[in-house]
Design a protein around this ligand. Structure first.
Ligand code: AMP
Length: 282
């Protein structure tokens, strides 16, 4: 596997691939790879493409410097995972070079629906993701890019970037959320939670599944009441719910009574001081 650390070398490598008639698949990550990331790497679509993984812990998307500094890193095991999955190239740019390459004069407009859910509670987070993903697309010019549905709001924003800035020329493949056996969505942040607490964290997913069943089977559900009971049940377990919302998975609009299509439950919560997110289609 080729490991590239400079923007110019990466752009040159990608140009040479395109000249040879190759197509590129990009899988952007912040490293500390787990089975969720691996599912993006061995996704069966576009197998013939050259696979490029980027590893960049994006300082622009963190709200607190402590959170950024404590983000888990495991480069040696990451490289082993990438090699095992036949990745052709790892792009690991320096923070300094990437940040310098983003023009201060360029204005970035986020769609209004990026101000809700995580956008409401993590000021500047999505703008940070937006800047870096757009830059990665400009350097690598992939024809396909893989993103996880776990970060659903991010996924919808990426579709927006591709439409507005890349004329829909990059195909975005949305990959299902991979979970631990207990149901907890895999996340690099899970490493910061002791095992017993991870089992408790999995109750959030179990409660989401219960909520989904109630919403699907009971036309007269009262979401405000369901929300309150969800928050109460989990707070007894030491879990602090930041938000729980039932919204349209197309554009995050509020669900009207009797809407049954494209509903999604979104949750963000804290356990042992670690913030996690999850979602489930209803
Ligand atoms: P990250 O390294 O957390 O920035 O994630 C890189 C990519 O992996 C993003 O597209 C995430 O949505 C995706 N991802 C993270 N966790 C999971 C998971 N448990 N299942 C599927 N995809 C995931």
């Amino acid at each position: 596997m080729k490991i590239i650390t400079s923007i110019k070398d990466q752009a040159d490598y990608c140009n040479s691939l395109v000249k040879k008639g190759e197509s590129i698949s990009l899988i952007p990550t912040m490293g500390n790879l787990h089975k969720g990331h691996e599912s993006l790497l061995f996704n069966p679509s576009y197998m013939k493409n050259k696979k490029i993984v980027s590893l960049f812990v994006n300082p622009l998307q963190f709200n607190s410097s402590d959170d950024y500094k404590s983000y888990p890193k495991s480069i040696n095991s990451d490289i082993k995972i990438l090699e095992r999955n036949n990745v052709d190239c790892l792009f690991m740019p320096s923070e300094d070079e990437i940040l310098r390459s983003i023009s201060e004069s360029e204005s970035f407009a986020l769609p209004g629906y990026m101000n809700i859910l995580c956008g409401k509670y993590r000021e500047g987070h999505f703008l940070g993701v937006f800047k870096i993903v757009k830059k990665l697309f400009e350097i690598i010019r992939p024809s396909v890019a893989y993103f996880g549905k776990k970060d659903y709001q991010q996924l919808i924003m990426i579709n927006h970037i591709v439409k507005e800035y890349f004329k829909n020329k990059i195909k975005i493949v949305a990959c299902d959320t991979i979970r631990e056996d207990n149901g907890l969505a895999m996340s690099s942040r899970n490493n910061r939670i002791v095992k017993s607490k991870r089992n408790i964290a999995s109750l959030v997913y179990k409660e989401l599944v219960t909520l989904k069943e109630i919403i699907k089977t009971n036309k007269d559900y009262n979401f405000k009441e369901l929300q309150q009971s969800f928050i109460k049940t989990l707070s007894i377990e030491g879990i602090k719910i930041e938000y729980l919302e039932l919204l349209s998975s197309n554009d995050f609009s509020v669900i009207q009574k009797n809407d049954t299509d494209n509903l999604m439950l979104f949750v963000a919560f804290y356990i042992s001081g670690v913030r996690l997110i999850d979602n489930i289609e209803v």
